[in-house]
Every structure is written in structure tokens, then in C-alpha cells.
Design a protein around this ligand. Structure first.
Ligand SMILES: C[S@@+](CC[C@H](N)C(=O)[O-])C[C@H]1O[C@@H](n2cnc3c(N)ncnc32)[C@H](O)[C@@H]1O
Length: 157
């Protein structure tokens, strides 16, 4: 997803309480970052966040972490989350956003960060054979998700 630079994004994300600036600091500790204990669901490549914003606002007992490599789209995701929670008249307490390269996701999530569910919606197809290793669903990537995906859920990968 190509996107024009948005001058407001950096400042808005820096001020946001639900944007994690350095996710490597939370490795092994994600569950403690939410107000309530609950299952942790992950969205990889969340883009503008429309999906996670709606889902998280409707499910207060589930904690969500949405990751994308592009700050530009995360700026829009932040605004989408705010809009949905305003409509739902809820405090934003069960969703976190962060910018990271998912190819090295093992640097931000480990076996202590047990994840119940992973969403990957419309991932970049990378149709050329020489690029297909970049797909978020490439087998080598799926192996990495097994590090933190709950036992019993791994056979679906
Ligand atoms: C086609 S868009 C889909 C966005 C969103 N899931 C949706 O359904 O609208 C794919 C998203 O995945 C992100 N992405 C692709 N590869 C990534 C990677 N290796 N690390 C982090 N984000 C990645 C892109 O930046 C982009 O926002």
C-alpha cells in the first residue's frame, strides 16, 4: 500500500497512549500491558486498522495487538481506533498498535506472549517467485508464529 507522507503522523503516534514506540521492550511481557487479563489476538499487517478498530471496540474482554511496518498507515489506524471507541463510548484499553517488520517478529513476541489468534487480512501477495519469501504467510514466517501461538492452535498454520 503506497501512501503519501503525512506530516501529522509522527507527532500523533508519539503522543498516543495505545501506540507502542519500541515493541522490543515488551518482549515476554505483552499481557501485562493491558488493563484487563484476557486472550491476546494479533493482527499482522493491519494497514489502516479498520478491521482491528471495529473488532477491539466490540470485544472488551479480548486484548489486541496490531502490527504494521508503515507508520503512515498506523497514523490512520490510530484515528480509526479513536473513532470506533468514541462511537462505542468506551475507553481505549484493550488495543495496542505498533510499527515493526514482521519478518523479525521473534524480536518482539516470545513464548511468554501467548497469542490465541492471528489475523492476516489481505496480505501483500508478492506474486513474483523471487519475492514470495516476503509474504506474511510464507512457510518460514508461519514457523515463527508458532513461537507464541497457543498450544493446540498451531496445527492450523
Ligand atoms: C494489502 S495491505 C492490507 C492491510 C489490511 N490488513 C487490510 O485488510 O486492509 C498489507 C499490509 O501489510 C503490511 N505489511 C506487509 N508486509 C509487512 C511486513 N513484513 N511487516 C509489517 N507489515 C507488513 C503493509 O504495510 C500493509 O499495510
Amino acid at each position: 500500500m503506497r501512501m503519501r507522507r503525512k506530516p501529522w503522523v509522527r507527532a500523533e503516534l508519539a503522543e498516543s497512549e495505545f501506540f507502542i514506540d519500541d515493541p522490543t521492550l515488551n518482549i515476554g511481557n505483552w499481557h501485562s500491558k493491558y488493563k484487563r487479563k484476557g486472550p491476546l489476538h494479533l493482527e499482522l499487517g493491519c494497514g489502516k486498522g479498520s478491521f482491528i478498530a471495529k473488532l477491539a471496540a466490540k470485544n472488551p474482554n479480548i486484548n489486541y495487538l496490531a502490527i504494521d511496518i508503515k507508520s503512515e498507515v498506523l497514523g490512520l489506524a490510530k484515528r480509526n481506533v479513536e473513532k470506533e471507541y468514541l462511537q462505542a463510548q468506551r475507553e481505549i484499553d484493550n488495543v495496542l498498535l505498533t510499527a515493526y517488520e514482521i519478518e523479525i517478529i521473534q524480536n518482539i513476541l516470545n513464548e511468554k506472549d501467548i497469542v490465541d489468534r492471528i489475523y492476516i487480512n489481505f496480505c501483500n501477495p508478492w506474486p513474483k517467485p523471487r519475492h514470495n519469501k516476503k509474504r506474511l504467510t510464507y512457510p518460514r514466517q508461519l514457523e515463527k508464529y508458532k513461537i507464541f501461538l497457543k498450544q493446540g492452535r498451531r496445527n492450523i498454520l
